[in-house]
Design a protein around this ligand. Structure first.
Ligand SMILES: [Zn+2]
Length: 287
């Protein structure tokens, strides 16, 4: 597997030139590329066979999520969530990519052969496309989290939909080279979990699943990595399972994650990787 650390080889040339100027210094970019390449090497080894580290946490199973049957999940916002067994957890990361922390998150996940779901924001995704491509290349699921993380509850319906669609198109451009508003992965999370009936209905009609969360680390509050680990593991001990919300741009989360993954392993939690359900056509079903 190879990975090219070049900026913006795909997508809208005009926008790339105007909005998406690289902001990283040459030295920092080299460091970032080295970190991404190192985590890719680990993933390549994992894909080739078993996880290269025998005592790694690993990914226990893949759960295909069908927006038709699971249109809204996460007990913090909705009455239902994903069908997880006792001690099964789903790791989700919001608000990235962020160049100083997301590669550290990816490296920690790769070290434990764990796959997660990232709900990325369109604007930073456009500015750091190499990180979003690394997420996808390393087998993680990339969902959507608007263009600029505005609170959609306080926007007019048309403007809120435009904010959602601009974010989807930006991420699709980065991943697939097409500014489509039909997402390859139909997973969406509202910033601040602030939703409106109109946006919920629109996403449902388009077959896009809306993700809440079952528990979180409250990592938007400043605290030490040790405090955050204690808070989250205590919440998980009570909940016993669920969709966990973290934020990859948070330094304290990047610092905490290796220890969290160890705690999960040592306490016999199992990580479930979400992917979108694939609908077979009639022709495919008959073969
Ligand atoms: Zn967010």
């Amino acid at each position: 597997m190879s990975y090219r650390c070049t900026h913006y080889p795909i997508g809208n040339v005009q926008r790339n030139a105007k909005d998406v100027q690289p902001r990283m210094t040459g030295k920092f970019k080299q460091t970032l590329c080295a970190a991404l390449a190192a985590s890719l090497a680990l993933i390549a080894a994992a894909r080739a066979g078993e996880c290269p580290r025998k005592d790694a946490l690993g990914t226990s199973r893949i759960l295909a999520v069908d927006p038709a049957t699971s249109p809204r999940v996460g007990l913090k916002s909705f009455p239902q969530t994903l069908p997880l067994q006792d001690h099964e957890v789903v790791l989700t990361f919001d608000d990235g990519p962020w160049p100083t922390t997301t590669p550290r998150i990816l490296a920690a996940l790769a070290h434990e052969c764990v796959r997660a779901t990232f709900f990325v924001i369109g604007k930073p995704a456009s500015e750091h496309p190499e990180i979003v491509r690394a997420m996808a290349a390393q087998g993680h699921t990339v969902g959507h989290h608007t263009w600029s993380h505005r609170n959609l509850k306080y926007m007019k319906p048309a403007a809120a939909m435009a904010e959602i669609d601009k974010g989807i198109a930006a991420v699709e451009t980065v991943l697939h080279g097409t500014a489509t508003t039909t997402p390859g992965t139909p997973f969406f999370r509202f910033p601040y979990f602030e939703m409106t009936p109109q946006t919920l209905e629109n996403l449902h009609r388009r077959g896009i699943a809306v993700f809440g969360a079952d528990l979180w680390a409250s990592d938007w509050n400043p605290m030490t990595p040790a405090q955050q680990l204690k808070l989250l593991t205590e919440r998980l001990r009570i909940a016993r399972k669920g969709i966990i919300l973290l934020h990859d741009p948070k330094k304290q989360t990047a610092a905490m994650l290796p220890a969290l993954l160890r705690v999960l392993r040592d306490n016999h939690y199992r990580v479930v990787h979400l992917v979108p359900a694939v609908h077979k056509t009639v022709a495919e079903k008959t073969h």
